[in-house]
Design a protein around this ligand. Sequence first.
Ligand code: ZN
Length: 119
Amino acid sequence: MNPDELRQSLLAIRARLGERQQFAQRDALKNESGRLTARAPTHMAEQASDEQELDMIVSRLTDSSRTLLEIQEALDRLDAGQFNVCEECGGKIGFRRLTIHPWARYCIECQRRIEEERS
Ligand SMILES: [Zn+2]
């Protein structure tokens, strides 16, 4: 995978996430207005599941917003020619890793260490 291909795949992921985000927002709005107009307060169980669904949509939105940000930063790094430089150790991030995870900012060794430190 060369930098151009990497950029293509980042842009494709970004476009897809953007679409999904729009759908999720629409779903959330639809649920909100549906609940306000049609729900009787006695339907507690039903309300709870709506609540959960809304939570799920919101967390999906938050996740994809974070991913969108990561993708934007990866594109910036790509423009700066720094896309495969590990931010932690300055070493090279392998192309194999970038193929699987195009917005990776750390090499696999640093990523593992950071995850271990976090947990
Ligand atoms: Zn590293």
